[in-house]
Design a protein around this ligand. Structure first.
Ligand code: AMP
Length: 220
């Protein structure tokens, strides 16, 4: 199995959930830029200039790439030095970022260790899934609320901590996110990894277990 697994997919396609399964099954470390950014935002000692850059995230837009590279390249280097593989969850969202990461992999001697998985799903499914998504405030477990009209979940089934809805999962912000991060924006990235012959595509509209099995098959 390759040391660098890149998960590509529109919001709500299951990148975080599938990354957790890959970690459980294969031991690769999960690097989620969303989690790193939200952690930075909550850190009272973080650089105010970095925190200011996170404002873009709250309104549904992409965060400055320079901050992403600074956060992620350090994590990748640390994990690889410790003998771990990594799963990059949402860490690459534009063609420019894909090219910059590729240079980083080249100079780090990792370019033959890259595998990309596209969790393919239409934009309309994203709107429905994100309207029902909630996340644990402690362990980041991702939950799906019952359909409208039924009571929403208030505690995490894994660790019993309170759950919350992400501000960027509000319907009006989701529409902004799909503009920057929907299938239109994802296509050049998918093409980039296909051209490098490192892409596998999985149907992400299937249920979680089916998707997990297809992802595991693509990885080994
Ligand atoms: P996620 O938790 O993966 O949905 O990411 C939440 C938000 O973080 C995204 O909507 C973006 O605003 C920001 N973000 C995460 N990864 C990146 C990235 N690679 N480039 C730019 N912004 C990002």
């Amino acid at each position: 199995m390759k040391k660098i697994v890149i998960l590509l997919g529109i919001p709500g396609s299951g990148k975080g959930t599938q990354a957790s399964f890959i970690t459980e099954k294969f031991g690769h470390r999960h690097i989620s830029t969303g989690v790193l950014l939200r952690r930075l935002d909550a850190d009272p000692n973080a650089d105010p200039a970095d925190k200011a850059k996170i404002a873009a995230m709250k309104s549904g837009h992409l965060v400055d790439s320079e901050l992403i590279y600074r956060l992620v390249f350090r994590e990748i280097s640390q994990e690889i030095a410790a003998g771990q593989g990594v799963i990059l969850d949402g860490a690459i969202r534009t063609l420019e970022q894909a090219e910059h990461y590729q240079e980083f992999f080249q100079t780090s001697g990792l370019v033959d260790e890259v595998q990309a998985i596209h969790l393919a799903m239409p934009d309309e499914v994203s709107v429905i899934r994100l309207s029902r998504r909630a996340v644990c405030t402690k362990c980041n477990f991702i939950l799906t609320n019952p359909e409208a009209g039924q009571p929403e979940l208030i505690t995490c089934p894994k660790c019993q901590s309170p759950v919350t809805k992400r501000p960027d999962d509000q319907p009006e912000v989701v529409r902004e996110r799909l503009h920057d991060q929907g299938n239109g924006a994802l296509k050049p990235l998918v093409d980039f990894y296909a051209e490098h012959n490192v892409l596998a595509t999985v149907d992400a509209t299937e249920d979680i277990e089916h998707v997990a099995a297809a992802v595991a098959k693509a990885l080994v």
